[in-house]
Design a protein around this ligand. Structure first.
Ligand SMILES: [Zn+2]
Length: 247
């Protein structure tokens, strides 16, 4: 395989409803190295929306089954499978040398951790989420756009928002959102600006309506680079310059 994508490394959290189609899109486009993380086993309820798995995979570890399927379909793609969650222990290691991080996890703790660790490592993040009939995508470019915490500050209290498993997900909608995540990651890997960089796409499948919510960097964001290091945020430095104050 040739082309600039063959030298790129994409890390994908979750090999399920979002991560599965995203991984397929990335591998098919020729991304050279894929790192996938998933700590679950394949269950019957997964098969309706997780295209990397079939009935023969029931009970297998998702990371192992997903990697095997991807290697079978795209032998020239290097696939590293991590049978475990994206957490404080694995984050720095898997993000080493990564060109883009795609988050297809289905819990808020992991989503915010992915946000924080991507910002810390300076790796662009494509966040995806899907619940019932709604899909959302946001691209976080460290130091340039706002992030998940600029938008929401913190995860909602446990149990307040139902998980995909509790609320249900339209399988085809997850496939759609995962494919959009792959397309967005491919734009970033090609050096183009992301379509969802600094703006959250919210797509409502039942009304076929979508909206883009601007996500600006909040000066007091605890995760965005300028704020996290205790340096003045863009707004403060702007005002101190206006006052003629010394840096
Ligand atoms: Zn932020």
């Amino acid at each position: 395989m040739s082309g600039p994508l063959s030298g790129k490394r994409a890390v994908v959290i979750g090999a399920g409803g979002l991560g599965g189609p995203a991984l397929l899109g990335l591998a098919a486009a020729g991304v050279g190295k894929l790192v996938l993380l998933d700590g679950d086993a394949v269950e019957t309820s997964n098969l309706a929306r997780q295209p990397l798995f079939g009935e023969a995979d029931l009970g297998r570890r998702k990371a192992e089954a997903a990697a095997a399927r991807l290697r079978q379909l795209f032998p020239s793609t290097q696939v590293d499978a991590v049978d475990g969650r994206f957490d404080g222990g694995s984050a720095a290691r898997v993000l080493q040398g990564a060109d883009v991080l795609l988050d297809g996890s289905d819990d808020f703790e992991t989503r915010f951790l992915a946000n924080d660790e991507a910002l810390r490592a300076g790796v662009p993040l494509v966040h995806g989420g899907v619940l019932r009939y709604t899909a959302q995508i946001l691209t976080v470019v460290p130091g340039t756009t706002g992030c998940l915490r600029c938008l929401f500050e913190a995860p909602p209290p446990r149990g307040e928002v139902p998980s995909c498993a509790e609320a249900g997900v339209l399988g085809a909608l997850a496939g759609f959102a995962g494919s959009l995540m792959a397309a967005e990651a491919l734009r970033l890997l090609a050096g183009e600006p992301g379509a969802y960089a600094g703006r959250l796409l919210v797509y409502e499948a039942r009304s076929a309506s979508s909206r883009l919510v601007p996500v600006k960097q909040r000066p007091d964001c605890t995760a965005c680079p300028s704020a996290a290091r205790g340096a003045p945020g863009p707004v403060e430095s702007e005002s101190s310059r206006a006052r003629g104050g010394a840096a």
